[in-house]
Design a protein around this ligand. Structure first.
Ligand code: PLP
Length: 401
């Protein structure tokens, strides 16, 4: 534990200090990894507080306490993946319940809501949560939860969290926010009154593309107790080695995030000027819809951006010609990754729905890493030039034929 008489006030300090002073016996600065699955009982009816690792593990406890404090909640929970965390939270709902969900959503969450929740008798309405009236109109007597991403993935649409939370509280509905893109460094929805925050910690929190993990934080004890019951009963908990790796990642979150967003802004501004790029979605750009609302609830833009190339034919050669930026799913790591949502993350969403929310066949999503921004821009420039040349040549060929 941190010394009682010193209060850490800045989140950067809390990140760096995760796990320190937790082990008075050895003074270990790096959190020990407790692999033991079971814990001895001194005598009948007496426990050290640890009995069996699914129920509680000291390494996981350190991580869960840390994320609870970072998000401003009462209790944190670590899961084997972001999807396990989200599925764990949806366990709060049951037969006959209804959810309202952002229509522009991570593909895996969409799949869970569309294909698995109905079998449990849970229905959902997808709305543009950027429109508070749309949320109000979607309310039903059996609505029990509102699930929001802001900014959304991949078109970076902004939801006014305070407005949604106000509606939810008025109707006794739980607000759940997927805070993966922002992290508690930039946005803390529980402090605005949201009930639950979920994370794919695989992304920025882990930060190095080397650990799959999910986190949940509840704002109040009553909800936390129900989530704990589900976590222990279902058992998709995060293993102690991965808990350690995730804590190691979170320690540098502030430094990484600062660089991610500094780079992302420079790349977004460069893309916005490029003649082959028709749209750039990045909350840091002036004119991005909802930018003011975003800045009222978050202290930065993050490192994610999306852009549309002027012709779908550019997508394939552009991806092929990139030399530094890696064509791969996922985001939030130190290495820059580019994704083609229509074929990857959002493939499970029917085309007409996908296109109606802006995820067109010309849209690419870029997770801007912490490399030098000039190298990233140079790579995009050379790949775009090569792609344009290729399709230009093809066009000339077609006219010639
Ligand atoms: C990746 C992601 C998820 C799913 O997390 P996994 O760790 O891959 O299971 C959920 N929400 C968002 C916003 C994501 O980016």
């Amino acid at each position: 534990m941190i010394e009682e008489d010193f209060k850490m006030t800045h989140i950067e300090t809390k990140f760096a200090q995760i796990g320190n002073r937790r082990d008075p016996q050895t003074g270990s600065v790096s959190s020990p990894i407790y692999l033991s699955t079971t814990y001895s009982h001194p005598q009948l009816g007496v426990s050290t507080g640890f009995d069996y690792t699914r129920t509680k593990n000291p390494t996981r406890q350190t991580l869960e306490d840390a994320i609870a404090e970072l998000e401003g909640g009462v209790r944190g929970f670590a899961y084997a993946s972001g999807m396990a965390a989200i599925a764990g939270v949806f366990g709060l709902f049951g037969q006959g319940d209804h959810l309202i969900v952002s229509h522009d959503l991570y593909g895996g969450t969409y799949r869970l809501i569309e294909q698995i929740l109905p079998k449990q008798g849970i229905s959902a309405t997808f709305v543009d949560t950027g429109e508070v009236q749309a949320v109000e109109q979607a309310l039903q007597p059996n609505t029990k939860g509102i699930f929001v991403e802001t900014p959304t993935n991949p078109t970076m649409r902004i939801t006014d969290l305070s407005a949604i939370i106000e509606v939810a509280q008025r109707h006794n509905v739980l607000t759940i926010v997927d805070n993966t893109f922002m992290t508690p460094y930039l946005q803390r929805p529980l402090t605005l009154g949201a009930d639950i925050v979920v994370h794919s910690a695989t992304k920025y929190l882990g930060g190095h593309n080397d650990v799959l993990a999910g986190l949940v934080v509840a704002r109040e004890t009553e909800v936390a107790d129900r989530i704990y019951f589900l976590q222990n009963s279902i058992g998709a908990t995060l293993g102690p080695q991965d808990c350690w790796l995730l804590m190691r990642g979170i320690k540098t979150l502030a430094l990484r995030m600062d660089r991610h967003q500094e780079n992302a802004l420079l790349v977004a501004e460069w893309l916005a000027e490029h003649p082959a790029i028709s749209t750039v979605y990045f909350p840091g750009l002036f004119g991005h819809e909802g930018r003011d609302i975003h800045l009222s609830q978050a202290r930065g833009y993050g490192g994610m951006l999306s852009f549309e190339v002027e012709s779908e034919a550019l997508v394939e050669p552009l991806l092929r010609h990139l030399k530094l930026i890696t064509f791969a799913e996922s985001l939030g790591g130190v290495e820059s990754l580019i994704t083609y949502p229509a074929r990857q993350t959002h493939f499970d969403i029917p085309e007409e729905i996908r296109v109606s929310v802006g995820v067109t066949n010309s849209l690419l999503r870029l997770s801007v890493g912490i490399e030098h921004h000039s190298d990233l821009i140079d790579d995009l420039a050379q790949a775009l030039a090569a792609a344009e040349k290729e399709i230009g040549a093809k066009g000339a060929q077609a006219r010639h034929d």
